[in-house]
Structure formats: C-alpha cells, structure tokens
Design a protein around this ligand. Structure first.
Ligand SMILES: [Zn+2]
Length: 371
C-alpha cells in the first residue's frame, strides 16, 4: 500500500510541475525565468531550465516591409492607391503578421551573427555563419526599405518621422492641426518594439531589423537632403540622435542608394555619383555599414566593374528580392535575397502551400476595399 501512495504523490507532483512550467511561459514557449511569489504558501516551483540553444543548419528566411500604411482612409483614396495596396501592408496587418510569425516559431536574428569578415594576406573573405537559436525555432531576418518617410508617404499614408519621446524611448510622430501626435503602434519600427516588449522570446540576443535608407528626401523623416536649409544642422543632429537610439535597441542600417535608381541600368557616371553622394550625405548620419540593399531588388552582381565600386565603398553583404532564402558566399562578399511582404505577396501566396504564414489571418479585406 505504501508503494502506491508514493507513486500517487509522485504523479501529483509531476502534474503540478507541468502546470507550473506552462504557467511560467504563457506564450513564448521558451523557458523564461519567473521569480514571482505564488501566494500559495510554501509551494516550491521547480527550477526552469533555459532553452537549449542549437546552431541552426537550415535555410534562413529574410523578409522585408516598406513603411506602414497608418492611415488607410487617406492612402487608399489617394492617387497612390494602387501603389500602397500592392507594395505596403497596413499597421493592423503588420501587427497580425508579427504574431503569425511568432506563433509559427520564427525568431529574429541579428544579421551581424550570420557572417564574418576577415582579411588573410590582404585578401578579404566574407563567410557565412550558422546562428545560435533556441531549439525548435526558425531564424528570421527582417528589413525595412525606404524608411525615409518620403513626401507622398507622409502626405497620404504613414507617420511623419521617428522621434525620441519624453521618457527617452523611440516613438513615431505625425503632424496634425494640434501640433502633432505621438504613436507607438502605427509605424514599422515602433510596432516591432511594442511586440518584442510583449513577446521577448521573438528576439534572440536583442536582435531587431535592418533599416535601409536613401538620401534624396532625407533620413527617418528629417530633411537632411536640404543641405543649405537654415535648420540643416539641427535636422541632422536630431536624425543622428534617433539613429543612435535605434542602434542601442539593436537595429542596423543599410544603404539603399542615395536616389533609388535602377542600378544596373543607369550610366556609370550616375552610378558613381549616387554612391559617393550616399557616402557624403547619409553615411555621416547612419554611421558605417557594410550592408547594401538594392533599389527595386536590382543587383549589379553581373557587372563586376559596378560591384567592385560598391565593395570598395565598404559594402560586404548585398540584398536583392526573391524567395527570401538565398544567403550565398561569393568569396569577397555575400549575396542574399529577401521576400517582400505586401499586397503583392498576399495575392500571390494566398493559396500556396509554401506561404510563410496564413494570409487569411492577417489580410484586412474591408480596409483594402476603401475607395
Ligand atoms: Zn526601395
């Protein structure tokens, strides 16, 4: 009889342990430490192990977004309606996409952890590396193109700039008749920050994303392209403060060219001028970077003279557009492709088995029908 009793208590203990460990990890599925008191007297919670970390051997997914449509009621009624519908997602859709990725076991990884650069006998080698992530998860790289808050986006669709709020946090700002409005859930950067606050397991070792900026209409909403404007220095300083805050959070910056040309097709003079101008006007603001995200996804890998110019400007990793799984070593650089997530993707992948997430769960049909 005594034996049965021991087994009985043992199974009760195991049951309690299971419930307790589930309770301490409500949504992440990761074993995150929780030190709260239970209030049930002397119940001892079992020690929760940290997740087992493994070097991920499979393909790494890279997706990208444009700035978000924060105001669909004006964006989808504007003359840019088709452009916004096709190449953007709304702020609400973006939040749902992040959640879908999260529950499908994707975790953000830092691009810097995916490659290393070395110089041996004066020859540069750029080599890919396997990221260390929690077992059972899938690594994800995220990037954002054209986060310059272009005039037409500010006018019809998005927030107007990124700012630092009174508490020193990153926020988005949209001008209005009342002197402007701060938000945290309407922009591609701030929404991700809010999401990671709620679901810290989505970001491995503080990973965020890559922000690709041009220069022709400023950077991050600051008019840093108006070099002769009386407030140029102030705009530049404000932009740098936001850049530094973003870097502190784990964001990286990439060149997206200065003027967003189709780089394989422009003249060589235009090509070199554009590259020099980004160095002159944008690099002093976003700092050094070896990441280059091609405008329109149009790479110059087939034109060695052009590609060498970019490499000589310090770029080591080049990003195009495609299925989102390529990350190939090419001796002195890496070429990677990225999958655009937007209205085009929704339409094309809606019924495909290889879609990244369930599009029905994220697409806002009603809003997309606004006219
Ligand atoms: Zn672009």
């Amino acid at each position: 009889m005594k034996k049965i009793n021991i087994f009985f208590f043992l199974s009760i203990f195991l049951l309690v342990s299971c419930v307790a460990s589930k309770k301490s990890t409500p949504e992440t599925g990761l074993h995150e430490h929780e030190s709260g008191q239970t209030g049930i007297g002397t119940v001892q919670y079992p020690v929760v192990e940290p997740p087992v970390m493994v070097h991920y051997e499979g393909r790494i997914l890279h997706i990208f977004f444009h700035p978000l449509v924060a105001r669909p009621e004006t964006a989808f009624r504007s003359r840019f309606r088709d452009h916004f519908l096709e190449w953007y997602v709304t702020a609400d859709e973006y939040k749902k996409i992040l959640y879908e990725l999260y529950i499908n076991d994707y975790v953000l990884v830092d691009i810097n952890e995916l490659y290393s650069v070395s110089h041996i006998d004066g020859i540069k080698r750029v080599v890919s590396q396997k990221p260390l992530i929690p077992e059972g998860k899938k690594p994800l790289v995220l990037s954002i193109d054209d986060l310059s808050y272009y005039d037409f986006v500010r006018r019809y669709a998005g927030v107007h700039k990124l700012v630092i709020d009174k508490r020193g946090n990153i926020a988005a700002w949209t001008d209005n008749d009342d002197g402007g409005e701060i938000s945290y859930d309407l922009d591609v950067v701030t929404s991700l920050e809010e999401f990671i606050k709620k679901h810290p397991g989505f970001s491995v070792r503080g990973a965020r994303g890559i922000i690709a900026v041009t220069g022709y209409e400023g950077v991050l909403g600051y008019r840093t392209h108006e070099l002769d404007a009386p407030d140029y220095e102030e705009e530049k300083e404000n932009a740098i403060a936001v850049v530094n805050k973003l870097k502190e959070l784990g964001w990286h910056f990439a060149s997206h060219s200065w003027g967003h040309p189709n780089m394989p097709n422009i003249s060589m003079t235009w090509f070199t001028n554009d590259t020099n101008r980004w160095d002159r006007e944008v690099r002093p603001i976003v700092g050094d970077t070896d990441l280059f995200i091609y405008p329109f996804g149009s790479g110059v890998e087939a034109q060695e003279d052009r590609h060498r110019i970019l490499r000589n400007h310090g770029f080591n990793v080049f990003f195009g557009v495609g299925a989102g799984y390529t990350f190939s070593e090419r001796q002195s650089y890496i070429y990677s492709d990225r999958r655009n997530i937007d209205g085009f993707y929704f339409r094309t992948f809606r019924n495909r088995a290889d879609r990244i997430f369930d599009i029905e769960n994220v697409i806002d049909e009603e809003t997309r029908r606004i006219r």
